[in-house]
Design a protein around this ligand. Structure first.
Ligand code: NAP
Ligand code: GDD
Length: 350
């Protein structure tokens, strides 16, 4: 199988994750043959691609899953050599910033060194694929410029951010040195109903939906003042694909340009389901109260604070707008409503 045949053959690392699963949906819709790298775990984790796996016209036809692991580059080499993808979307890795303070070494191995291993494998190929690397706004950590663009200096503030910085820069070096077609998508936070439950937006959406369904719980959060540039993962998967269809490789900021605080995201999520929370108190004593009955819905648990927090990261996606004709429609507060409503619909489905 040569890499330059007319059939688009895509390999996705991280296909079982949030963004990888949307990529698979979009690429299959475009008529691509999609191969997904999956790792073995003690519990079966395919929920985000179950709709594809259970579709007999897709599974085993246009979608193929293969076992491999980032900690085992030989498995990845074998896979790439066999599949000979024309497009390689590298998204796999430990993606939790807070957790990277607890498990820094494995985070750096998976995020930094495994990316280098993939680049080395591709460098040896006669017809290397076009490569997308999922970089992160965490490379900017505490930036000197707002909003950040592709020229902003990297100043990471977490082990995860350091690892992504290395992976991004080594990708640039391989592009310049070996002529590989590599794009870094410097992705700001993107969320969806497929987001893992240990990220703040999904935690909030679940709690807001539980309250609306008459099963309120107390939601424990960390830093309510933290601000993020939140976009919709489905739209981010779309621009990722556009990067590899563009005539020339490059790096792209992928962001909405709008910052929203955790507190405002929570207010919007609850409000969209008919509950106007009120925040009272300060610092670790702050609580979110339901004014109808005075009950506490949100309180602070310092265990969710981080040893070091990124600044308010906001991206300038002008390059993606001009070169890739990409404009995100869903931003922070609309996203909160979208996720809360999806959660409620899902919890009330039979
Ligand atoms: P995610 O939901 O956490 O998915 C991560 C994926 O990586 C999962 O498929 C996971 O497999 C896989 N994976 C983790 N360790 C692996 C290993 N050792 N071997 C093979 N596969 C492994 O993350 P996401 O939100 O989709 O993000 C995708 C990528 O974009 C990540 O690299 C993330 O760091 C980056 N990124 C994300 C955002 C964001 O806001 N979502 C922003 C910037 C950058 P399992 O399903 O088996 O766990
Ligand atoms: N996870 C979490 N849980 N975060 C909380 C909580 C909580 O209970 N309470 C407040 N936060 C704050 C965090 O301190 C952070 O400032 C913000 O909410 C967002 O946290 P996460 O949702 O965990 O996302 P993240 O910004 O740290 O990382 C995500 O975005 C990065 C791009 O900037 C991940 O998707 C990374 O993989 C990605 O690179």
């Amino acid at each position: 199988m040569g890499a330059n045949t007319s059939v688009r053959r895509a390999l996705i690392t991280g296909i079982t994750g949030q963004t990888g699963s949307y990529l698979a949906d979009l690429l299959l819709n475009q008529g691509c043959q999609v191969h997904g790298l999956v790792r073995r775990a003690s519990s079966f984790n395919r929920s985000r691609i179950e709709h594809l796996r259970s579709n007999p016209s897709i599974a085993g036809n246009s979608l193929h899953l293969h076992y491999a692991d980032l900690s085992d580059p030989t498995t990845i080499r074998r896979l790439i050599n066999t599949i000979r993808p024309s497009e390689l979307y590298h998204l796999a890795g430990q993606s939790h910033v807070g957790l990277s303070f607890d498990i820094p070494e494995s985070t750096c191995q998976e995020v930094a060194m495994a990316t280098l291993a993939i680049l080395e494998i591709c460098r040896d190929l006669e017809a290397p694929p076009r490569i997308f690397h999922a970089s992160s706004s965490e490379v900017f950590g505490r930036p000197c410029h707002f909003p950040q663009n592709e020229e902003t200096a990297f100043r990471p503030s977490s082990p995860y951010g350091c690892a992504k910085s290395f992976a991004t820069q080594i990708s640039q070096v391989y592009r310049q040195s070996y002529g590989l077609f590599i794009c870094n998508g410097i992705l700001y936070n993107h969320e969806s109903p497929r987001r893992s439950e240990n990220f703040v937006t999904r935690k909030i959406a679940k709690a807001a939906a539980a309250a609306a369904a008459g099963k309120p719980e107390i939601l424990e959060l960390g830093n309510l003042d933290a601000e993020r540039d939140w976009g919709y993962a489905l739209e981010y998967a779309d621009v990722i694909i556009r990067m590899l269809q563009h005539p020339a490789p490059g790096d792209y900021i992928v962001a909405t340009g709008k910052a929203t605080s955790v507190r405002d995201f929570a207010l919007a999520a609850y409000r969209s389901l008919g509950s106007d929370l009120v925040f009272q108190g300060r610092d670790t004593e702050e609580v979110g109260i339901d004014p109808r009955n005075g009950q506490i819905r949100i309180r602070i648990n310092p265990k969710f604070y981080r040893p070091s927090e990124s600044a308010s990261l906001v991206g300038d996606a002008s390059r993606a707008r001009h070169q890739l004709d990409w404009r995100p429609a869903v931003k922070g507060l609309e996203l909160a409503a979208l996720m809360a409503n999806a959660e409620l619909a899902d919890s009330s489905a039979p």
